[in-house]
Design a protein around this ligand. Structure first.
Ligand code: NAD
Ligand code: UDP
Length: 338
């Protein structure tokens, strides 16, 4: 089938495009390139030997969306497009609500007009309420996110749920990602943050490659096994396969389905540093500093529902994550600009 990937030139979208192409689907990428480059698309084409239709457009642009649906025989949409920097969202809340929430409303209206009613949405574990009970299952309560980025994800989950309630012929998957990391094993595509990375793994690899001097470990006094924060890091190729599984599962179900995409295991920041040192053979300079505001001590997924209903589970472990992340960063020290 032909699948439209909004934000498909970005980190998770480009890996998912590759997995969809390899599974025999046609891919249309719709991206405004605000946080991505066309080079990721070219590389996916080169890796697969297959071509992608690329539309440079904004999800808030009704006309370009309508033209795209009219031109291509799109049957389903995977909606990655959005702004995702937590700190920036605190200073630019309107930009985040406009782009993420407003953009999703416009996209859904364009889908309805084109009679395309299968949608997979990139949500996040950030929607869960803070909890000491790990792992988090999909039935765990959602909370009041501490930043506009997280709030925008929860608002989108709500608006999609209301849409499907009003129009029951929609099939919608809310995929709550835990911590997507790593890269395609070729080292040709990967995560390429603009400016200094906010997330741990690109920060580690950029220190490793000499772009940044040292890592700051945010907090050494959490109630965890070594005092540093624990997260569920999932290889982006496993995550990409999860989208394929969700699309397949939606064929058999109408309604709104929520699935966690994680591994079910948590690793601490210090364990991540050790894994990086094993993969790269380099020491990683770091300092333990104050906690980052808004961070929780621990967060990892209960993945039983995804395993049961999607027939999917993450298969790449921490050492593969680090090996692939390091291959991408060391082969492309400046990302796609290098
Ligand atoms: P990314 O920034 O690499 O990809 C997002 C893409 O959307 C970019 O290519 C960007 O150019 C595009 N985009 C942004 N606004 C747009 C607009 N208005 N119109 C068209 N295109 C637009 O981010 P990613 O890490 O690949 O994340 C993809 C999705 O997954 C996002 O919605 C993000 O919030 C969500 N998510 C990411 C993580 C993570 O840690 N990476 C975790 C949970 C959820
Ligand atoms: N972290 C860190 N230094 C950094 C970035 C992150 O110590 O430069 C820690 C952070 O406190 C958390 C973990 O690494 O415990 C994962 O952070 P990230 O921002 O990647 O993901 P999130 O906090 O959104 O789960």
């Amino acid at each position: 089938m032909t699948v439209l990937l909004t934000g498909g030139a970005g980190f998770i979208g480009s890996h998912t495009a590759l997995v969809l192409l390899e599974a025999g689907h046609e891919v249309v990428i719709y991206d405004n390139l605000s946080n991505a480059s066309r080079e990721s698309i070219r590389r996916v084409e080169r890796l697969t030997g297959l071509s992608i239709v690329f539309v440079e457009g904004d999800i808030r642009d009704t006309k370009t969306l309508a033209d795209t649906f009219a031109t291509h025989n799109i049957e389903a949409v995977i909606h990655f497009a959005g702004l995702k920097a937590v700190g920036e969202s605190v200073s630019l809340p309107m930009a985040y609500y406009d782009n993420n929430v407003g953009g999703t409303v416009t996209l859904c209206q364009a889908m309805a007009a084109a009679d395309v009613k299968t949608l997979v949405f990139s949500s996040s574990a950030t929607v869960y309420a803070e909890s000491r009970d790990m792992p988090l299952a999909e039935s765990a309560p959602t909370g009041r996110p501490t930043n506009p980025y997280g709030t925008s994800k929860l608002m989108i989950e709500w608006l999609l749920t209301d849409l499907q309630r009003a129009e029951p012929d929609w099939s919608i998957a809310l995929l709550r990602y835990f911590n997507p990391v790593g890269a395609h094993f070729s080292g040709q595509i990967g995560e390429d943050p603009a400016g200094a990375p906010n997330n741990l793994l690109p920060y580690i690899t950029q220190v490793g490659v000499g772009r940044l001097p040292r890592l700051s470990v945010y907090g050494g006094d959490y109630p965890t096994r070594d005092g540093t924060g624990v997260r569920d890091y999932i290889h982006v190729m496993d995550l990409a396969r999860g989208h394929l599984a969700a699309l397949d599962a939606l064929k058999a179900r109408q309604g709104v389905q929520t699935w966690n995409l994680g591994t079910g295991h948590g690793y601490s920041v210090l364990e991540m540093i050790e894994a990086f040192e094993r993969a790269s053979g380099r020491p990683l300079p770091y300092d333990i500093v104050a906690r980052r505001p808004g961070d929780v001590a621990e967060c990892w997924a209960n993945v039983e529902k995804a395993e049961r209903e999607l027939g999917w589970r993450a298969s790449h472990g921490l050492d593969e994550i680090m090996r692939d992340a390091w291959r991408w960063q060391s082969d492309n020290p400046q990302g796609y600009r290098g």
